[in-house]
Write a protein that binds this ligand. Structure first.
Ligand SMILES: Cc1ncc(COP(=O)(O)O)c(C=O)c1O
Length: 351
């Protein structure tokens, strides 16, 4: 008798726990869900993602409500995916091929084989950008071990997956200087730092740490005390005797912008503004004595750093040589005549 009563109490408590807070809605159909998602998106003034490609769908999607990826995709629950980002400027894809090459190198290190050959990936990206009608923004793309199950091994995933999205973005050349800190978040080991994979937790925590301390972002220093990189950017220095120095790429991501900077900077040597351009490892002490310091990354292209750990860099003002280098990169992106700018055939693919 006593026993029965306690069972009844337990059942009553369980029911109360289910209904006391709030009742979870169960969607009766996918059309009901889609209606809800469309309602949400109808409140957004300008759709920020004009197009997405998914190899799971097998095509380009223009409806933001269904720009989603499966929860059993190993990129979602295991971080088994790689990505890259290319800039769309004035109707051109800047350095698309350099980003695609790095993307495929990352995929190979992460043991992900692409569902398509390189030429098809490239064609999908160009067609999707054209269909998006976006002339200024970013193109982000991912290769994933693919959907299949919730295990570690991708052996049960029938095929890898390719996703891409166009993001409308209004960026401009950075001209103001920022403050940075040395990160206390451990940096990734070389294999993971040189592979552009989706595990960005250290990078996220590093930026959050900087923001909590009133800085813009951070600088990673490796175990041996040498300068590495920022959380999603490389870093460069101009010494007191006008040498441009970038840390070597053995333990960090080889930034496409940093590599282009190394190709373009010799122009300033020819003009006598810089003494030399080189790749070399710098200690924190050496780096803090630099006359100028800058972040280097795709959307910036250079972001001058004027203060580091509460210490001014040079005279604490945006460096002239940094801006001259930034102009070289910006010009290359907006008006360069080389193969860096891939034209997007918007007219041909107008929908
Ligand atoms: C960790 C890290 N370092 C450096 C960079 C700069 O690379 P990029 O110049 O190709 O944008 C990025 C951005 O991709 C990054 O995520």
């Amino acid at each position: 008798m006593e026993h029965k009563k306690s069972d009844e109490i337990a059942a009553f408590e369980a029911e109360k726990a289910v209904y006391s807070d709030f009742k979870v809605h169960v969607f009766s159909s996918s059309s009901e869900l889609l209606e809800r998602l469309h309602e949400k998106w109808s409140l957004v003034k300008k759709q920020p993602y004009p197009a997405m490609y998914s190899s799971v769908y097998g095509g380009i999607i223009l409806d933001p409500a269904i720009m989603v990826i499966p929860i059993d995709d190993h990129m979602v629950h295991r971080g088994h995916g790689v990505f890259d980002t290319s800039i769309i400027y004035d109707g051109y894809l800047y350095e698309l091929d350099v980003h695609l090459d790095r993307f495929l190198r990352s995929a190979s290190k992460a043991k992900i084989s692409s569902p398509f050959p390189r030429s098809t990936l490239r064609s999908i990206l160009i067609q999707m950008t054209a269909v998006s009608k976006c002339k200024k923004g970013t193109l982000r793309f991912w290769l994933s071990a693919g959907p299949g199950n919730f295990l570690l091994s991708p052996a049960g995933c029938p095929t890898s997956a390719f996703y891409a999205v166009v993001i409308d973005d209004d960026f401009s050349q950075c001209k103001e200087g920022v403050k940075v800190i040395t990160s206390t978040i451990p940096m990734k080991s070389p294999l993971f730092a040189t592979t552009k994979n989706v595990n960005y937790l250290p990078n996220v925590l590093s930026v959050m740490e900087a923001e909590e301390k009133g800085a813009f972002a951070s600088i990673w220093v490796d175990n041996e005390g040498y300068i590495a990189e920022g959380p999603n950017v490389n870093v460069a220095f101009i010494t007191q005797d006008k040498e441009l120095i970038l840390p070597s790429f053995d333990k960090i991501l080889s930034g496409c912008t940093a590599l282009r900077l190394l190709q373009l900077a010799p122009k300033l040597v020819e003009q006598g503004q810089l003494k030399s351009v080189k790749i070399a490892d710098l200690t924190v002490q050496e780096a803090k004595r630099a006359a100028e310091m800058t972040y280097v990354g795709s959307t910036l292209p250079l972001l001058p750093i004027v203060m580091w750990d509460e210490q001014s860099i040079g005279d604490g003002k945006v460096g002239e040589l940094t801006m001259a280098l930034s102009d070289l990169l910006w010009e290359d992106m907006v008006a360069g005549d080389g193969k860096q700018r891939v034209p997007v055939p918007y007219e041909k693919l107008a929908t």
